[in-house]
Design a protein. Structure first.
Length: 403
């Protein structure tokens, strides 16, 4: 058998394309680079916007966290305000007995209390602040509450029969409490070691929400020299501006009673009100149209008697308190504190004080009307200050308005 040989065929080759056919043209390259640059610019701008938004949001949360905590503390304390009022007899003298003693006859009851609740413009409520009203913008409030704040250290005082009296665990002891806004430096309460670094860490001036919180042992409301309270209004907290923090001398035994609880608070607004649901003839702020409410007075400034009682609102807590607080962020607070802006700051605080004179216009000043920005808020916007308003209506549990 004859074997046939397989013939091999030479491989075929394609003619390669020219180099010009496989490369990008200069125009294509320029167009691609242009699109890439535009895309990178857009991406970088989006990233920048997102970063700034995150930083601003995080800053707002962190900056206003202190203000929120202080506002919650203030609200909780005010909720517990009390006057512990009661009825007492009023007597007529009808003669004398054989021993020369007066013979009296009970003719009526009258409301009585040894405590006081007072709020209003700070320069009015704190007489010592009247001479520098521009440093105390907004309102102040002082009251008594069963907060049980005793000495921070276990102290033993000699009681009756030389027995040891320990008030540390008496959680319902009556304490005085107050809140107001003050402009000032931190020189007295900043850490002492910073004084040696004054050129590196200068003294900070800020608007601060201050808390007056003497311990129960130091509560002067029951001082025999302050009886009756109607004749000694405002005297039990007259040391409020003289008992600030002094870090160099302060110890656990000598804790300061007036101390800051939040910075960059530009105004505290307190409006005593009554419930007027279904009654359109009485304004809710009628008991304190000028924001001034003093439980030792029968009729508060600017108001009219609300009932036939000769005592009016004397020794009564207001049923409701509308409390608003305007806080600035740190950047705005620092801007306002600069020495070169002192005139602008004075003008701003004076203008704010001028707008917080009438409770009737409070809603218009803060919230605005018919889509318009409130006039007080507009002041902050005109100065390009970043702010936040905290507001709530507090029902006072011990008001006993129908008492």
């Amino acid at each position: 058998m004859k074997l046939s040989a397989f013939s091999s065929r030479p491989p075929s080759y394609r003619c390669p394309r020219s180099a010009a056919g496989r490369a990008f043209t200069l125009i294509e390259l320029l167009v691609s680079v242009t699109f890439l640059v535009i895309l990178m610019l857009v991406v970088s701008q989006v990233i920048g916007i997102v970063q700034r938004t995150w930083v601003r949001a995080n800053s707002r949360v962190s900056q206003f966290r202190e203000a929120r905590q202080a506002f919650d503390t203030l609200s909780r304390s005010i909720t517990q305000a009390t006057l512990n009022n009661y009825w007492d007899n009023e007597f007529d003298t009808v003669g004398t007995d054989a021993a020369g003693q007066k013979i009296t006859l009970a003719k009526d009851y009258f409301r009585q209390s040894e405590l006081q609740f007072i709020c209003g413009p700070t320069s009015t409520v704190i007489p010592a602040a009247a001479g520098s009203a521009q440093n105390y913008p907004g309102h102040a409030v002082f009251f008594q509450a069963p907060l049980g704040i005793a000495s921070l250290v276990a102290t033993a005082a000699q009681g009756a029969n030389n027995q040891i009296v320990n008030t540390e665990n008496m959680v319902n002891l009556l304490c005085g409490r107050g809140y107001f806004v003050e402009w000032g430096t931190d020189a007295s309460f900043r850490p002492a070691f910073l004084d040696a670094l004054n050129n590196v860490v200068p003294v900070r001036s800020r608007l601060r929400l201050m808390e007056y919180s003497p311990t129960a042992e130091k509560n002067r409301i029951y001082d025999t020299n302050l009886r009756p309270i109607t004749d000694h209004s405002k005297e039990w907290y007259e040391d409020v501006l003289n008992t600030g923090v002094q870090s160099a001398q302060e110890t656990a035994q000598t804790r300061a009673f007036t101390r800051p609880i939040a910075e960059n608070i530009i105004a505290l607004v307190i409006s005593p009100q009554i419930e007027v649901t279904g009654n359109t003839t009485v304004a809710p702020y009628s008991i304190a149209p000028l924001f001034i409410y003093d439980s030792t007075l029968k009729v508060n400034p600017g108001s009219s008697p609300i009932n036939a009682s000769p005592q009016g609102t004397q020794h009564l807590l207001p049923p409701l308190l509308k409390v608003s607080m305007i806080a600035l962020d740190e950047r705005s607070g620092e801007f306002l504190a600069r020495e070169e802006n002192s005139q602008m700051r004075t003008e701003l605080l004076t203008a704010i004080a001028g707008k917080l004179q009438s409770a009737a216009s409070l809603v218009e000043e803060l919230d605005g009307e018919q889509g318009k920005t409130g006039s007080l808020v507009q002041l902050l916007l005109d100065k390009k200050l970043n702010y936040r308003i905290f507001s709530t209506t507090i029902a006072l549990k011990q008001s006993r308005w129908s008492f």
